[in-house]
Design a protein around this ligand. Structure first.
Ligand SMILES: *[C@@H]1O[C@H](CO)[C@@H](O)[C@H](O)[C@H]1NC(C)=O
Ligand SMILES: *[C@@H]1O[C@H](CO)[C@@H](O)[C@H](O)[C@H]1NC(C)=O
Ligand SMILES: *[C@@H]1O[C@H](CO)[C@@H](O)[C@H](O)[C@H]1NC(C)=O
Length: 475
């Protein structure tokens, strides 16, 4: 008992309490009382079974709620490191949307538990918790199992940063022993907005968090750069015919209109915007996502579009993504019970259309946040799967270049299994890295996995020398 895996200060130093606990084991009531006093609240959140998993994980993990403001409760799933939890870094993971659940990160990307087609669970050999303690947070309220008592799910970029900050403070009061670990914020996709805004709050307010750095995978950095670069990406990947000519950039408006029509055509042909060379689950889809992208070129309303075709098989699943396995697993009553989700909580969805539609996007360009973090010498990483079109790598590259940092190491390949696995350019406090995903040998289950995002937008790579890479970008 005294060698508590929780390593709370009370247990570490509380020799007398622990001795007393052992002496009183026969008295169930007293034991329970002391047990509760000695073991922090987090013990109630300990997950003791993972339905569908064969075998027992060699790490502890917790699922429960963190209060993120009055009446707001964010679901978290915290998986301790498989290496050395007490000294390994602590990484907060935020998926994007806005409105999408970080459970996708845990169950289909960089997390330890992955799902088979038949609903069973296997341990992901490339899980980031081989090296780090990973905290997966479903944010904001209304996403996944997270909720607000008021039922008001309208929120905005600055409000999400505040709520995430509060949830994080709650995490550290539940798990005080992790306050001394090096702390990183990692996010993907629309998390490219969440991560820098939260990081800035942490660094400007917190003395109790050992904040070291931030990573963003295929992240939203700047709407303008993201969309303008997409034209180049599409053009040079052979997606446009003669109706798009890059040379006519100066003829701005008519060119933009051509591009708009071209991008619309792309979607109509059934491309998976998250993975150019991957399949589109469900086949040819609607143009909902591209309409949103291209409107950012103008930052103004666009001509009206034909009605969108809705895929209603499973709610809350972005176009071309197969979210079937996650949806059924997370909504299974035994899984919900194992994760301590009350029955009153809504059905889990990969992406909440309620949150997404009510969401107010405030930050159009994240560079002021990056500049602030750079001045404070925080270590930053932007990584991109190089066939994602939701947040394409060229936009991220342009974004990093525009930060005007001193180059430390020129653009060069990096390697995995004696193959070029991508490219990397290092600046003084920020690194830009691409992942040429298909050359990286991941196991077959991962390649054929439920998210099917390995080519572009949902890939993760684990290098034994450090944390690298995941990508997904729901805007
Ligand atoms: C979608 O995922 C489910 C569950 O993993 C699987 O059974 C099904 O074959 C997948 N469908 C396609 C078209 O990939
Ligand atoms: C479920 O699928 C996995 C992977 O294909 C397989 O190893 C396992 O035996 C299957 N389990 C059941 C109960 O069908
Ligand atoms: C950042 O590093 C530079 C040089 O390494 C140093 O001069 C500066 O004081 C540091 N800034 C902060 C906020 O630590």
């Amino acid at each position: 008992i005294c060698e508590s895996p929780l390593r709370t200060p009370e247990c570490m130093s509380g020799g007398t309490i622990c001795e007393a606990t052992m002496m009183l084991q026969s008295s169930a009531l007293l034991f329970t009382l002391l047990f509760a006093g000695c073991w922090a609240q987090d013990e109630a959140d300990l997950v003791t079974s993972v339905p569908g998993l064969i075998g027992i994980p060699n790490f502890k993990h917790y699922s429960g709620y963190l209060q993120a403001g009055p009446g707001k409760y964010f679901h978290y799933w915290f998986v301790e490191s498989q290496n050395n939890p007490s000294t390994d870094p602590l990484v907060l993971w935020l998926s994007g949307g806005p409105g999408c659940s970080s459970m996708e990160g845990l169950l289909a990307e960089n997390g330890p538990f992955h799902l088979n087609d038949n609903g069973t669970v296997y341990l992901n050999p490339y899980s980031w918790n081989k090296l780090a303690n990973m905290l997966y947070l479903e944010s904001p309220a209304g996403v996944g199992f997270s909720y607000s008592i008021s039922g008001n799910y309208q929120t905005s970029d600055p409000q999400v940063a505040e709520d995430n900050y509060k949830a994080l403070q709650q995490f550290f009061s539940k798990f005080p022993s992790f306050a001394s670990n090096n702390f990183y914020v990692f996010a993907e996709s629309y998390g490219g907005v969440y991560a820098p805004s939260l990081s800035q709050l942490i660094i400007s307010r917190s003395t109790n968090i050992n904040f070291k750095g931030m990573g963003v995978g295929n992240g939203m950095t700047s709407y303008a750069l993201n969309d303008q670069s997409l034209i180049y990406f599409g053009y040079y990947h052979g997606l446009f015919g003669d109706d798009v000519q890059l040379a006519s950039w100066s003829q701005c408006l008519s060119w933009f209109l051509q591009v708009y029509s071209a991008l619309y055509q792309i979607q109509d042909t059934g491309l998976n915007i998250y993975d150019l060379y991957g399949q589109c689950y469900g086949g040819v889809g609607s143009s909902a996502r591209y309409a949103a992208d291209v409107s950012n070129l103008f930052l103004a309303p666009l001509p009206s579009l034909p009605p969108q075709q809705e895929d209603t098989s499973i709610p809350g699943v972005p176009r071309c993504i197969n979210g079937t396995a996650m949806y059924y697993w997370l909504n299974d009553p035994t899984v919900r019970a194992a994760l301590h989700i009350p029955r009153s909580i809504q059905t889990w969805e990969l992406c909440s259309s309620t949150v997404g539609s009510l969401y107010q996007r405030v930050y159009m360009d994240m560079s002021p946040f990056y500049q602030d973090l750079l001045q404070r010498n925080v270590t930053l990483l932007l990584y991109s799967g190089d066939v994602d079109m939701a947040c394409n790598f060229i936009g991220s590259k342009w974004f990093v270049e525009a930060l005007n940092q001193q180059v430390v190491s020129q653009y060069r390949p990096w390697f995995y299994n004696n193959q070029i696995a991508g490219y990397v350019e290092q600046y003084e406090h920020i690194t830009f890295l691409t992942v040429k995903v298909k050359t990286v040998s991941l196991n077959e289950k991962v390649t054929l996995g439920t998210s099917g995002l390995l080519g572009g937008h949902g890939v993760f790579v684990l290098k034994t020398t450090g944390l690298t890479v995941s990508l997904t970008c729901y805007l």
